[in-house]
Design a protein around this ligand. Structure first.
Ligand SMILES: Nc1nc2c(ncn2[C@@H]2O[C@H](COP(=O)(O)OP(=O)(O)OP(=O)(O)O)[C@@H](O)[C@H]2O)c(=O)[nH]1
Ligand SMILES: [Mg+2]
Length: 430
């Protein structure tokens, strides 16, 4: 039996309201000890909170009887005045009652354990809490509404059906029925494999949306790369001087570009150099550019803007000419970070590129954990498809492996081993 836990579930501001949740077998006991008789479930009532005669606060109190609650256990909620002393007084009474402060994610974990939430929905709660931008919020909400759970559970159901046919093929291997069942199981495995492959071939769209898409600014020294990150971030993130080779380390800024989280990185100017520190900077710049999108910034006022760039520089997603104020004509987007000319056009263009990369109709894979499970399932299916018709038990075994790999994503099987891993990133009170 789980013990009763409590936690602050909303971050109170000054004079704000704090929500304190209690979940577990003694939640009703706590409510009665502090606030009088149990109110009707899910009805807010205004009560005086008092502990052993000493008044604590006036609060809105809610009661959720198991199993109709977030965790599936008896739950109580206290909407108290948000001050530290009020919270501490309430928590002290909970401690006297023998309750434990909740671990991060413990409420969601109990909800999963009691079958109230699948794992992808639980992860979506953490993503909703962490969402910084509109696109992250939309994606998390979609996942919370079950987009991924439906997709993965659908595959699992199809795999169970295919497994049934493969097992029939084993049982009826002596007559013609066996062959037909094997062919049907195989065709189903093939189709599910194709769907999984398509879902995975999204270039990390959902993961980039969730974690932020990387944009690395590269270019020769003095092109204005640091000036550009400062302009995009609207603050002095990086040092700007007229000395070529100013930036050595990779400097990063997080920015919300029209609702998308962009992790912009300013890097050392790329050129051949004898200076060991600068050379290391150049190495890091090129390594960083290997993931995500790259923007190549060039000084358009120079006679040969690309002079000194290594021939194996990665093909950029966008090339931009800077220092337009010095007067030149180049094909493509010209800007001046000195006057601000063209910068908003660049932002629009970047936003379009990011949108193209990240948006799509189908629900996106959002976590490496999901990708690993799908990869395992796809691997098993590929292996199973190679099984000969005389050995239907080989196909059946691989279908079972694939089923289990997908079941782990939603938490239908082997839940315990993945729970610790998932909920350790949660915040307390959720
Ligand atoms: N005229 C003019 N000067 C600019 C413009 N943008 C940047 N600069 C100047 O160019 C010099 C280099 O700018 P930075 O932003 O430090 O260039 P960087 O590419 O980061 O240089 P490194 O870190 O050395 O690789 C500074 O003196 C800036 O003031 C521009 O649009 N027009
Ligand atoms: Mg710089």
């Amino acid at each position: 039996m789980n013990s009763t836990i409590y936690a602050l579930s909303s971050a109170p501001g000054r004079a704000g309201v704090a929500v304190v949740r209690v979940s577990g077998p003694d939640a009703g006991h706590a409510l009665m000890a502090l606030a009088g008789p149990l109110p009707a479930p899910r009805r807010a009532v205004l009560r005086r909170l008092a502990w052993q005669g000493g008044e604590i606060d006036q609060a809105l109190v809610l009661w959720f009887a198991a199993p109709a609650s977030f965790t599936g256990e008896d739950c109580a909620e206290f909407h108290i005045h948000g001050g530290r002393a009020v919270r501490e007084a309430l928590f002290k009474s909970f401690e006297r009652l023998g309750f434990k402060p909740a671990e991060p994610g413990e409420f969601s974990r109990r909800a999963v354990e009691n079958g109230k939430l699948d794992l992808t929905r639980a992860e979506a709660i953490a993503d909703l809490v962490d969402a910084e931008t509109e696109s992250q919020r939309r994606q998390a909400l979609r996942q919370h509404n079950g987009a991924l759970a439906d997709l993965y559970e659908g595959w699992r159901a199809a795999l169970i059906a295919a497994l049934g046919r493969a097992e029939a093929a084993i049982d009826f291997s002596d007559d013609g029925v066996g062959e037909a069942e094997f062919a049907a199981a195989r065709a189903a495995a093939q189709e599910i494999l194709e769907q999984i492959q398509e879902h995975m071939a999204d270039h990390g769209r959902g993961e980039s949306l969730r974690e932020g898409l990387r944009l690395t600014i590269i270019g020769p020294p003095n092109a204005g790369k640091s000036s550009l990150i400062n302009a995009l971030a609207r603050r002095d993130v990086a040092i700007v001087t007229d000395v070529p080779g100013t930036t050595r380390d990779v400097v990063e800024a997080r920015l919300d570009l029209g609702g998308y989280l962009l992790l912009v990185a300013d890097t050392a100017g790329v050129r051949q150099t004898e200076d060991v520190i600068e050379a290391e900077g150049v190495r890091r710049a090129l390594a960083h550019a290997a993931g995500g999108m790259t923007l190549l910034l060039l000084d358009g006022s120079l006679p040969d803007p690309r002079a000194g760039l290594p021939p194996d520089l990665p093909e950029p997603d966008l090339t931009v000419w800077n220092k337009a104020d010095l007067g030149f004509r180049r094909e493509g987007l010209s800007i001046s970070l000195k006057t601000g000319e063209g910068v908003s056009m660049l932002q629009d263009l970047l936003q379009q590129k990011v949108q193209q990369k990240l948006e799509g109709e189908a629900p996106a894979l959002t976590r490496p954990r999901h990708r690993a499970g799908l990869m395992e399932a796809a691997e098993a299916l590929r292996h199973g498809l190679a099984a000969p018709a005389e050995r239907p038990e080989l196909l059946a075994e691989d279908l079972r492996l694939a089923m289990r790999a997908i079941g782990r994503i939603t938490g239908r099987v082997d839940v315990e081993e993945v729970l610790d891993f998932i909920f350790r990133d949660f915040c307390i009170g959720k």
